[in-house]
Design a binder for this molecule. Structure first.
Ligand code: AMP
Length: 417
């Protein structure tokens, strides 16, 4: 589905903002790079959470291909411990990610209100966390920002990890190089991430899971210091002490996870085989979704410059021959051609997705007996322009000397809009 809710949503009779079929409600939370709002699906009555991102920031991003891949992967994932991603929509300025709405609040609110958890309870959450993280890793998506705010609970108390698939975003959008230093706590971040030398996301995620397990069982952080430099020193050396109420096996496992050298750190596969971890572990059942990725494709492809709005080729034929050839080729495709001097307007007879497609074509003599022909989408849908040009090209092969590929992948940092 291609969802274009218009320019930033619009107000309904009830005075509420509407985005596609969703009516927006209260703000549930505000992260570093996004706002999360409660919303109601007006067709089904279902409650959802909608994450609202600034489109320009997302699409100007250097890691746009990775973001697109990860968001697409997340839409395919249905894991009981991962917040479901239902669909992605875009307006002119915003991207809306429609998510499963959970009502149990943040896991860490529990600790804030009633203190540390018993080891069995902590283990149950840790098992769910590891299971979710391992599953997403197996699909090529790392979280990179696991922290208490991303651990939510549903009405039955089941752990739901949020923000998977958006992980490529925060650090880049913050553009501070050092993760979290300006925007939040570095307490959960692996030492190699702080070093920022390039790291294995899966190993870094496991470190964060280790910190989370420690906090659940201790009721406080393993690494804490008011002075940021001292805090980093503690993280780099993994300088922490387990409280006396931790069992020996839990202690041993935490020490293996909070190993500062990622090469020596225990792996997730080994954690799953660990005796302490395995106690009472029931791997969940989950289904593979059969969903469409058209919404994500349409938002990202246009802005990624995958489909350019113009293309050009050179020709050694005369301007008249070029014009005649284009006229002959466009007619059977359902396009009419209007001429004026060395300019052509190629107009679709049918109304397309965004109205009639209109292609402005101009022929320039760039050297004796060498012409440059430029085709530019003047009106209509860019993807339809792309398709039109692909259909037109074979008929022009006799007059084309050199052509620029229309679907050349550009750097995502320069959206074509
Ligand atoms: P985030 O930007 O993902 O850290 O979200 C900020 C806050 O919004 C979270 O800490 C939650 O309190 C709330 N929130 C995020 N996603 C959801 C969701 N799917 N359901 C309910 N609340 C959410």
């Amino acid at each position: 589905m291609t969802s274009r809710p218009g320019n930033g949503g619009h107000a309904t009779n009830s005075g509420r903002t509407r985005v596609g079929k969703y009516e927006l409600g209260r703000t549930l939370g505000e992260g570093n790079f996004a706002k999360v709002k409660f919303a109601k699906n007006t067709v089904t009555g279902d409650n959802v959470a909608i994450k609202i991102l600034d489109k320009e920031k997302v699409l100007k991003h250097k890691m746009i291909n990775q973001i697109k891949r990860e968001i697409s992967t997340m839409k395919l994932i249905r894991h009981p411990n991962v917040i479901r991603m239902y669909e992605v929509m875009a307006s002119k300025t915003k991207i809306y990610i429609v998510l499963e709405f959970v009502t149990g609040g943040e896991l860490f609110d529990k600790i804030a209100s009633s203190g540390r958890l018993k080891e069995e309870e902590a283990r149950r959450y840790f098992q769910q966390l590891i299971c979710a993280v391992d599953y997403c890793h197996s699909r090529g998506v790392c979280h990179r920002d696991l922290k208490p705010e991303n651990l939510l609970l549903d009405a039955t108390g089941m752990l739901k990890v949020s923000d998977f698939g958006l992980s490529a975003l925060p650090q880049q959008v913050r553009e501070d190089g050092l993760l979290h230093t300006t925007c939040g706590t570095p307490n959960y971040v692996a030492p190699e991430v702080v070093h920022n030398k390039g790291y294995d996301g899966a190993k870094a995620d496991l470190w964060s899971c280790g910190v989370i397990l420690f906090v659940l069982m201790a009721g406080y952080l393993p690494f804490e210091d008011n002075n940021l430099v001292n805090l980093y020193k503690k993280i780099f050396k993994a300088e922490f002490t387990c409280p006396p109420w931790f069992s020996t096996d839990a202690k041993k496992l935490i020490i293996r996870i909070l190993e500062p050298d990622p090469a020596k750190r225990i792996t997730i596969a080994e954690v799953i085989e660990n005796e302490w971890f395995k106690k009472g572990y029931k791997p969940p059942k989950f289904e593979q979704a059969n969903v469409s990725l058209d919404d994500i494709d349409s938002i990202f492809s246009e802005s990624m410059g995958l489909v350019k709005r113009e293309t050009r080729f050179t020709s050694k034929c005369s301007a008249n021959e070029i014009i005649t050839k284009i006229e002959e080729a466009a007619g059977p495709l359902g396009f009419g051609v209007k001429k004026s001097n060395n300019k052509l307007k190629i107009q679709g007879e049918k109304t397309g997705r965004k109205g009639q497609l209109s292609v402005a074509t101009e022929i320039f003599e760039i050297a004796p007996e060498l012409y440059l022909v430029e085709l530019r989408k003047a009106e209509g849908d860019t993807l339809e322009f792309h398709k039109f040009y692909k259909n037109l090209s074979p008929a022009l092969k006799d007059i084309v000397w050199k052509a620029e590929p229309i679907d050349e992948e550009k750097d995502g940092s320069s959206p074509s809009k």
